[in-house]
Design a protein around this ligand. Sequence first.
Ligand code: CMP
Length: 139
Amino acid sequence: AIERTFSIIKPDAVRRNLIGKIIAIFEENGLRPIALKKIHMTRAQAEGFYAVHKERPFFGELVEQMIASPVVVQVLEGENAILKNREIMGATNPANAAEGTIRKLFALSVGENSVHGSDAPETAAEEIRFFFNDDELVG
Ligand code: CMP
């Protein structure tokens, strides 16, 4: 089925001028951006977005990395988009990411792993709503 998923091109990738290369990979794999914007996340946004991780030991570092410099947030639409995006991104830790995946190509470490993508339909809907209004989604 055609799905929508939420994606972040993280600060480490934006700083290294990888926005275009990463979006090209999404488009080549049938994921079309239907909404996108460059933002500099506030601490409150980063803490809210990653609230599910707030008891984890890496939470503080995660928030600092996400607010260090701008990101690109996107809604991607396509066949089986949620799982497809996860396949294209590769494993969270680039050391475990398959050849050809975005994280294998570009990630620096598990924290600076270049992209975020929703992990399930419920979180995709929540994450899209966190950053976008309905009238910003142009399918
Ligand atoms: P992301 O998909 O954005 O979701 C949470 C992020 O926490 C994850 O990608 C990683 O960048 C970051 N992170 C940092 N350390 C860890 C860790 N040990 N395990 C999982 N995620 C981590």
